[in-house]
Design a protein around this ligand. Structure first.
Ligand code: VGL
Ligand code: ZN
Length: 213
């Protein structure tokens, strides 16, 4: 069978990158040149980026639930579409069509062929680029399938949230690799934990110089 490889760039958006960003991932500037170098150094059959793209009253924002709810430390039980799940609460971030939702200007977007939007339902969050917390598809799997993709490489932020969830869903359908020099997590400790857990699912972790495509 022929191998067809897709690159998924997760959430490289201002609200996770800029110095005054609400959900700044520390050290993220270090990985951007590594991501930009991937386009020409390797063969890609499809390059797609995800964007976290929330309505202003999104369920994942602490502010949506009132002043007693605190970003980062509070969580709530969400009930939506017959499903019940725990939701960690965040500062307001990546509101659709605001500057914070734009790609970070340091990211070379010239090779990106498609953009998948996630977290657009006010009632449901979506860390994964594939399916939201209620299991609804963003359309990413269908796009990859229609192009005959067999292998997926995941990069971006945050390593311990949206990269983690995207790689986990990807591995259900595609042979999935995460590039350790092209991700950054909220904390180093949770990145270590994420890598250990995802390796158990068969997801490969390598640096970009070890890519063979
Ligand atoms: C993310 C928390 C909330 C991410 C998105 O991109 O990792 N994290 N929304
Ligand atoms: Zn979000």
């Amino acid at each position: 069978m022929t191998t067809k490889t897709a690159l998924i760039i997760v959430d490289v958006q201002n609200d996770f990158v800029l110095d005054d960003a609400p959900l700044k991932v520390n050290g993220v500037a270090d990985i951007i040149p590594n991501i930009n170098s991937l386009y020409k150094a390797h063969h890609w059959d499809f390059i797609v980026a995800t964007k976290d793209f929330h309505p202003a009253n999104h369920v994942s924002f602490a502010a949506t639930h009132g002043p007693s709810y605190k970003p980062f430390t509070s969580s709530i039980t969400v009930e939506a579409y017959g499903l019940k799940y725990e939701q960690r609460l965040w500062p307001v971030h990546s509101v659709s069509n605001t500057p914070g939702s734009e790609f970070y200007e340091g990211l070379d977007t010239s090779a990106i062929q498609d953009v998948v939007y996630k977290g657009t339902d006010p009632k449901v969050d979506s860390y994964s680029g594939f399916f939201d917390a209620a299991g609804k598809s963003t359309g990413l799997r269908e796009k990859l399938d229609s192009k005959g993709i067999t292998d997926v490489v995941v990069v971006g932020i945050a390593g311990d949230y949206c990269v983690r969830a995207t790689a986990t869903d990807s591995q259900k359908f595609f042979k999935t690799t995460v590039l350790t020099d092209c991700i950054k997590s909220l904390t180093e400790e949770s990145e270590k934990k994420t890598i250990a857990e995802l390796k158990l699912l068969g997801i490969k972790f390598i640096t970009s110089d070890q890519l063979t495509n």
